[in-house]
Design a protein around this ligand. Structure first.
Ligand code: ARG
Ligand code: ZN
Length: 852
């Protein structure tokens, strides 16, 4: 597998041909689909003689050029291309080919999810449907006719608006769809099935009525309410915040169970992983509700940032993804709690992206090369990309940022552009020079900022030193340019000043004339995605006084980290930390925010600070602190729990969600006691609560502290939900994340459970993916955890390479592991790369991890 080809950004060439129109006819049968693809093509580069179309795993039936059937001497079929020789300047090409959607387990191109035909074409799925110039800078107007059995597939959908429909004598029917907006093939979609639908409408700012439909398996209609509400909220928000209106009269969403990712923004026909559409209080957690709101909005926002303006090539992916994630984060912040949203976003960034950025698979948000582009739908391109846009927003200010996005939309509507074009608009409209900022697009690794403070003779001197890691290939990287929000506090906690510094050099000094030494509050709101290293710290002070909700949280976390690290060194629990924790317990603040403050640092956070990772050591120390806190604050935690435990409340307003998060945080903290009282609390909560949020928490706690009660609750849960695959995901996740002895054996056995299906990505992620993030058992010193996951990677790769390469991501911390674990990992990873048939997706990740 070492002959995998690498694609480089520097090799980009403009397309030699353009496609004006693409008329498609799909005849969908149970055992195959016939595609008739009629394209009108123009030569852009007059020197080209042949047209090379992308074509993967296609069975060609017939080929016509300007209505003349082509002999096989006029074209060449290769593994991944179809070349038509000697084509004129302007011509019509008709291609008829066959595909087998029911056999497509990669879930790329046209495939079946249960009884539903659906598509996923980003980034390169369309070439598995029909030969095409499958690249985002080739945009055509599509017209699509779907023909299928009327009874089995009454619903036939594609992009745009319905033009006409017809019936055939053989029991089939057909519908033709017209999409007036030129688009790249990756935004093409079709759906056929016997689906239920929920309908609504939205009136745009200019008073146009848009029909909104959410399609789902019949019987699930009542679970689409929240998604529909979220869609309307997103439409309104984009009008108000960005001045963007929807541009068709129809917006369709379809929920399917088998989907590689979260969702897809196909023009006018979004296709969603059902996990991001379906919810009710009985089956979805509060986090699920929030996730739906944000993904529905994300895909909707792509209509402008992604579809109207798309990417020139896939190296520009962050152009649409970073920007759209930033937009959905702001949307969620506006609709819910700003402070909680920001912390959640930073947490997610640091748990996933920072780990990636510290590994051999680190890459700039705009990568230079790839083997499999599907591997680059990463936390870096998405979440770090969003942080980059957020910094631009900070540098420009709200008003200029809006002017700049207006200019971006005005200048590039209908085009496929680059991140440079975006930066041009940002800079042009605001007058802010972003030249020095561009490094963020081209360098990888998380920069560190070293902070030194000195107070002398009425002068407070802040010395900031950037520590920029080398690139993966060892080359040196330049310092960054970014906004750093800070404040100086007086010793009674008052803000003396708050400002945004610009950090741009290797080392720089900021001097303030002050009567006494201030306390520094730094990287407020997490204004830059960097790691701050401080010699001095004032965590207890900032926990108490800082008005910036992020710094308050950060100080709590940092203090927790130091406390656990000192336990790891064999010291006793720092009583000052315990005191600060106690005052947090007693503060009267927003409950969701408070629940975040009371969360101890995650294992991942602690792991990232180690030079040689040993999970056992981390666990032991963390468990010690947990037990200490639970013992000391048992009564207080119990009080809070009892105050907010309202088992019959299932509202999902901010207040109810806050109450559930705080009391579940308390229950979780209490569970360190592992005593009868806590087991009873968890067991009662499982039995009496009517929300999935509460029951999932209870189930998780019982699983970890009481095998006997866990078994009863799990049997009950299983009986109730075994037919609901979304709920079964939670069941598998809880068991796969368990700290109990024997978890690996149970995970192995669960693969034979009737509710499990290796073909469904959600289930694989819930069972195998969650196990691979179960530090205790995955990293067990005997190496069996590694062996199991590698066996699965090799097996699943044959079914679905994207899913397999996702699982391989669990090995990204390889380089940082202790010798013993590293050796065990290496043995297994070697097995992956020496597997003959391994996909380029998995090969790329693993070969980079072990550096071959
Ligand atoms: N554009 C989609 C989104 O972010 C993701 C599609 C990714 N697909 C893939 N096969 N990697 O909303
Ligand atoms: Zn996206």
């Amino acid at each position: 597998m070492s002959n995998v080809q690498t694609t480089y950004l520097k090799d980009y060439k403009a397309p030699e041909f353009g496609i004006k129109n693409c008329d498609l006819v799909f005849e969908l049968f149970e055992d195959y689909t016939q595609v008739t693809n009629m394209m009108s093509i123009v030569k852009v580069d007059k020197n080209s003689k042949n047209i090379v179309l992308n074509s993967v795993d296609l069975e060609l039936t017939e080929l016509y050029l300007n209505d003349l059937k082509l002999k096989d001497t006029r074209y060449i079929i290769d593994k991944e291309t179809l070349t038509v020789l000697d084509v004129p300047d302007d011509f019509k090409l008709i291609i008829i080919n066959k595909i087998y959607p029911h056999l497509n387990s990669e879930l790329d191109g046209l495939y079946k999810s249960g009884d539903i035909f659906c598509t996923q074409n980003e980034p390169e799925g369309f070439r598995r449907i029909t030969p095409y110039l499958d690249r985002p800078d080739v945009m055509a107007v599509f017209k699509t006719t779907l023909v299928a059995n009327r009874e089995k597939y009454p619903i036939l959908l594609s992009n745009g608006n319905t033009a006409s429909s017809f019936k055939l004598d053989d029991g089939r029917h057909g519908i033709t769809w017209d999409d007036p907006h030129p688009k790249p093939a990756y935004l093409f979609a079709l759906v056929a099935g016997d689906l239920g639908v929920v309908k609504d409408t939205f009136k745009t700012a200019s008073a146009k009525i848009v029909r909104l439909n959410i399609y789902t398996d019949k019987g699930n209609e009542s679970k689409c309410k929240h998604a529909m509400k979220s869609l309307k909220e997103a439409m309104l928000w984009d009008e108000e915040k960005y001045g963007r209106e929807y541009d068709l009269t129809l917006y369709n969403i379809v929920a399917v169970d088998s989907f590689n990712m979260g969702a897809m923004e196909n023009k006018g026909l979004n296709i969603f992983n059902s996990a991001y559409v379906l919810a009710d209080e009985d089956t979805a957690t509060d986090a699920n509700f929030m996730g739906i709101q944000s993904v529905i909005a994300h895909e909707y926002f792509h209509n402008w940032t992604g579809n109207r303006i798309t990417c020139r090539d896939w190296f520009q992916l962050t152009l649409k993804e970073g920007l759209t994630v930033f937009r959905d984060q702001c949307f969620s912040a506006d609709l819910n709690s700003k402070e909680v949203q920001r912390i959640e976003d930073v947490k997610a960034l640091r748990e996933r992206q920072f780990v990636e950025d510290a590994s051999p698979t680190a890459h700039p948000i705009q990568p230079n090369s790839y083997m499999a582009i599907n591997n680059f739908y990463t936390a870096t391109v998405y979440e770090k990309g969003a942080e980059i846009i957020r910094m631009i927003h900070t540098l420009l200010g709200e008003e200029n940022y809006r002017k700049a996005t207006d200019l971006y939309f005005e200048s590039f509507d209908g085009q496929a552009v680059r991140t440079d074009d975006f930066l041009w608009a940002m800079s042009k409209a605001s007058g802010v020079d972003l030249k020095a900022f561009e490094t963020w697009y081209h360098q990888s690794g998380t920069p560190k900022l070293h902070v030194e403070e000195r107070y002398e003779n009425g002068e407070y001197k802040l010395t900031l030193t950037q520590k920029v890691p080398n690139a993966v290939d060892g080359s040196e990287q330049k310092p960054y340019y970014y906004p750093l929000k800070i404040a100086l506090l007086s010793d009674n906690g008052k803000e003396i000043l708050a400002e945004t510094l610009i950090v741009s050099k290797d080392k720089e000094e900021f001097v303030y004339k002050l009567k006494s030494k201030p306390v520094l509050s730094i990287n407020r709101d997490f204004s830059a995605p960097v790691i701050v290293e401080q010699k001095e710290n004032n965590y207890p002070f900032l926990m108490k006084f800082d008005k910036n909700s992020f710094v308050k949280y950060e100080s709590t976390q940092s203090f927790g980290v130091l406390t656990i690290e000192s336990i790891m060194e064999g010291k006793v629990v720092d009583e000052e930390y315990i005191k600060s924790f106690e005052s947090l317990l007693n503060t009267d603040i927003d409950l969701s925010y408070k629940a975040l403050l009371l969360e101890l640092p995650t294992v991942s956070t602690l792991m990232q600070r180690q030079t040689e990772v040993d999970f056992e050591l981390i666990y032991e120390a963390k468990e010690k602190l947990e037990l200490h806190i639970a013992t000391k604050f048992q009564d207080k935690l119990l009080d809070i729990y009892k105050k907010y435990h309202k088992p019959t409340c299932k509202d999902i307003d901010a207040k109810s969600i806050g109450e559930r998060s705080i009391k579940n945080r308390c229950l979780k903290l209490l569970s360190a006691l592992k005593n009868d009282e806590v087991i009873e609390l968890a067991n009662n909560q499982y039995n009496e609560s009517i929300t999935m949020t509460d029951r999932a928490v209870a189930l998780d706690i019982l699983e970890n502290i009481s095998p006997a009660f866990a078994e009863i609750a799990q049997a009950d849960f299983y009986k109730k939900y075994k037919d609901d695959t979304l709920v079964m995901n939670k069941y598998f996740s809880i068991l796969a994340a368990s700290h109990r002895e024997g978890t690996l054996d149970r995970v192995m056995a669960l693969q034979n459970d009737n509710a499990y299906n290796e073909l469904v990505p959600n289930l694989v992620r819930s069972l195998i993916g969650v196990f691979a993030r179960n530090y205790k058992h995955f990293h067990a010193k005997d190496g069996y955890g590694y062996k199991f996951v590698v066996d699965k990677i090799i097996d699943i790769d044959k079914i679905n390479p994207q899913m397999a390469s996702g699982l391989a991501g669990a090995f990204k911390i390889y380089e940082k592991m202790n010798i013993e674990n590293k050796k065990a990992m290496k043995t297994e990873l070697d097995r992956v790369v020496s597997t003959q048939s391994i996909s380029k997706n998995v090969y790329e990740i693993v070969s980079k991890i072990i550096k071959i």
